[in-house]
Design a protein around this ligand. Structure first.
Ligand SMILES: [Zn+2]
Ligand SMILES: [Zn+2]
Length: 325
């Protein structure tokens, strides 16, 4: 049973997923222990019965290379997410949502930077289909596809995978962006992301890679050291709008960027977030993008207490290093 409660003062939403207590944790204190050990991995071929039934498998279930199934320990329930403590004073939502796992390779220990271009492109196509499909459900207000690579990035299973989480609420970060985009529109401005892309291309010092369809840079006010944003040149507001040529370009660029990130420090963990637009009235104001977040340090008291971040590497210096790698 899950439920979603709102902090009425800050506007932050919290998902309560009590069933995730039982989730197995596959990393030992020493990460190396698990790395070469595919024994008992529920995401390896031959262990399909240890996960819920697949909702999609490519090319097919018998010899899958990409397999999508409901999360066995979902943060949100597809049914029965009723709030346990309904209260007139506070705001809460039923914890109804969709939480899926996308295993993106049958090979235990293989990471996306080692995939072929075509395979990673197919992975992005599957993520695209899943985000669109989950977003079509009436109870879903927002869908994020994300990847936790390694225990420092929040992964509990070593085998490479992504997650798709469809939530009944628009999270606070997306709500704040919406407010800004609406104000920019009211002031007669064009898309702030399109403007930022053009500005970074001209300024050059925070640029890392440019391709036919995408521009990647270290954002001016990066929260994390070596954080990377990847923006499509075309103004699209959901991954569902990306075309074949763009998905292939995105796959190639992602591999290049992940290799650079991995070269910063061996075995570095990272998160990837696909920032889709929430299902709000003016959804088309959003500009879809991808964020890659290397996990060099951990969040600490000041970050928790203030939602402000301390970053030890200036974006211009981070971009220079990433360009040279
Ligand atoms: Zn495995
Ligand atoms: Zn734009």
């Amino acid at each position: 049973m899950s439920e979603v409660r709102k902090n009425s003062i800050t506007g932050e939403w919290v998902i309560f997923a009590a069933n995730r207590h039982n989730k197995p944790y596959h990393f030992k204190r020493n990460q190396q222990l698990q790395e070469n050990n595919a024994m008992g991995c529920p995401f390896c071929p031959g262990h399909e019965q240890e996960t819920p039934l697949a909702v999609a498998a490519l090319p097919q279930e018998a010899n899958w290379e990409i397999r999508v199934f409901p999360n066995k320990y979902p943060a949100l329930d597809e049914e029965n997410g009723a709030c346990s403590q309904a209260d007139d004073f506070y705001e809460a939502l039923d914890g109804t949502g969709i939480h899926r796992v996308v295993v993106d390779t049958p090979v235990h220990g293989q990471s996306p930077e080692a995939f072929s271009d075509d395979h990673l492109k197919t992975v992005f196509s599957v993520l695209q289909q899943q985000v669109v499909q989950v977003g079509q459900q009436e109870q879903i207000a927002y869908v994020q596809a994300f990847k936790n690579n390694g225990p420092m990035a929040g992964a509990s299973v070593y085998h490479s995978h992504w997650q798709i989480l469809g939530t009944p609420m628009v999270p606070l970060r997306q709500r704040k962006v919406e407010e800004y985009l609406l104000a920019a529109q009211a002031a007669g401005k064009t898309c702030p992301y399109c403007q930022m892309l053009a500005h970074e291309e001209e300024a050059k010092m925070r640029l890392v890679e440019e391709t036919a369809h995408f521009v990647s840079f270290v954002p001016y006010a990066s929260r994390f050291a070596y954080e990377l944003w990847v923006l499509p040149r075309r103004h699209v507001w959901t991954i569902g709008q990306l075309e074949e040529a763009e998905l292939l370009d995105l796959a190639r660029l992602t591999k290049t960027l992940l290799k650079k990130v991995m070269a910063l420090r061996p075995g570095l963990n990272y998160n990837i977030c696909l920032e889709d637009s929430p299902k709000v009235q003016q959804r088309q104001l959003f500009h879809w993008h991808m964020e890659i977040i290397p996990r060099m340090g951990s969040l600490a008291g000041f970050e928790f207490g203030s939602d402000s971040f301390i970053n030890h590497v200036l974006p211009e210096e981070a971009a220079k290093q990433l360009r040279q790698l």
